[in-house]
Design a protein around this ligand. Structure first.
Ligand code: FES
Length: 114
């Protein structure tokens, strides 16, 4: 696979999340102010779709289901979150947000017990 066009960068506003599908792979896009990030679409805790349950403010994303939080730039967990967000590489080319899809990034939910 390779770099794929997701959408115009102007479609991804800061402190909002935008889901898109590229070659059958669901991607969650975010604007972190000085760039963009692309994540798998679901919460790494219990697969909640973050486009609906993710709240973004000051580059911190909070899943409203159990309040796990992450640094949106690095994907690192904050507070009670136990898993990081996985992140695809992104770049901007001629106003288009591009995502590098080498493989679909997926969370391992086997070790969740609640
Ligand atoms: S499902 Fe997102 S924090 Fe639990």
């Amino acid at each position: 696979m390779s770099w794929k066009a997701a959408c115009p960068v102007s479609d991804v506003k800061q402190d909002t999340l935008k889901e898109c599908t590229i070659d059958g792979i669901e991607i969650l896009l975010a604007n972190v102010g000085d760039g963009f990030r692309a994540y798998p679409p679901v919460c790494p805790h219990m697969e909640q779709y973050l486009e609906g349950s993710g709240i973004c403010a000051n580059n911190v994303m909070t899943c409203d289901r159990h309040l796990w939080q992450w640094d949106m730039k690095t994907g690192e967990p904050l507070g009670p979150a136990e898993k990081p967000l996985l992140i695809y590489q992104t770049k901007e080319v001629n106003g288009q947000l591009m995502v590098f899809l080498d493989e679909e990034l997926e969370y391992d939910f086997d070790d969740d017990d609640d």
